[in-house]
Design a binder for this molecule. Structure first.
Ligand SMILES: [Zn+2]
Length: 191
């Protein structure tokens, strides 16, 4: 027991319905801030908070520092958003409190870091269909895209702060479930 689910921004974007899941669930304020006010993912999050299916907590600072140190070690510092760091830090904190956190994220860098921090994680992909989003770093200013995070998280061309988005699900076992189609930002998929 003591199983707790931690939800990152991609979980809400992918249609995670906290109300359908019978477990203690957490997120952090920075995740909520990453979701566009008025969008369906933000409405899902707010509804889950209101119905107390979800708790929103800020991690204690020293756990954020642990996450940042590990991110630097792994060369993932620029790939992680503020929200990613806070969520992983909350995972460490809950683990230290004796709970068993699972981080739900389709973000490769978050999964990678969770591994190193000794936190369990899972993606939202349907069980049995192993595939994952590929993320692209893009510039909201000049629309250039990059395969890798750029120094300082800024566009080398125009200096705008870069963002990430999932571009495609990658079938890991040579099959693609046609019924799921392309990734939908507003899709409603169960966990
Ligand atoms: Zn740019």
């Amino acid at each position: 027991m003591g199983l707790v689910v931690l939800l990152d921004t991609s979980a809400f974007i992918m249609g995670y319905e906290a109300g359908d899941v019978d477990a203690e669930q957490y997120t952090v304020p920075a995740v909520r801030e990453e979701l566009w006010n008025g969008g369906l993912p933000r409405i899902r999050l707010d509804t889950a908070l209101r119905t107390q299916k979800l708790r929103m907590l800020s991690p204690i600072g020293r756990y954020v520092i642990d996450v940042e140190n590990t991110a630097v070690e792994l060369g993932e510092m620029t790939a992680l958003s503020h929200a990613d760091k806070e969520l992983l830090a909350l995972g460490l904190q809950l683990k230290a409190e004796g709970k068993k956190p699972i981080v739900v994220s389709d973000d490769y860098s978050v999964q990678n870091l969770a591994d190193r921090l000794g936190l369990r994680h899972r993606s939202l992909a349907t069980p049995g269909i192993k595939r994952r989003f590929e993320w692209v770093v893009y510039c909201p200013g000049c629309r250039r895209t990059f395969r890798k995070p750029q120094p300082g998280g800024l566009c080398p061309t125009c200096g705008t702060e870069l963002k990430r988005k999932p571009v495609r699900k990658k079938p890991a076992e040579g099959r693609m479930d046609a019924s799921r189609g392309e990734p939908g930002y507003e899709g409603s998929q169960p966990l």
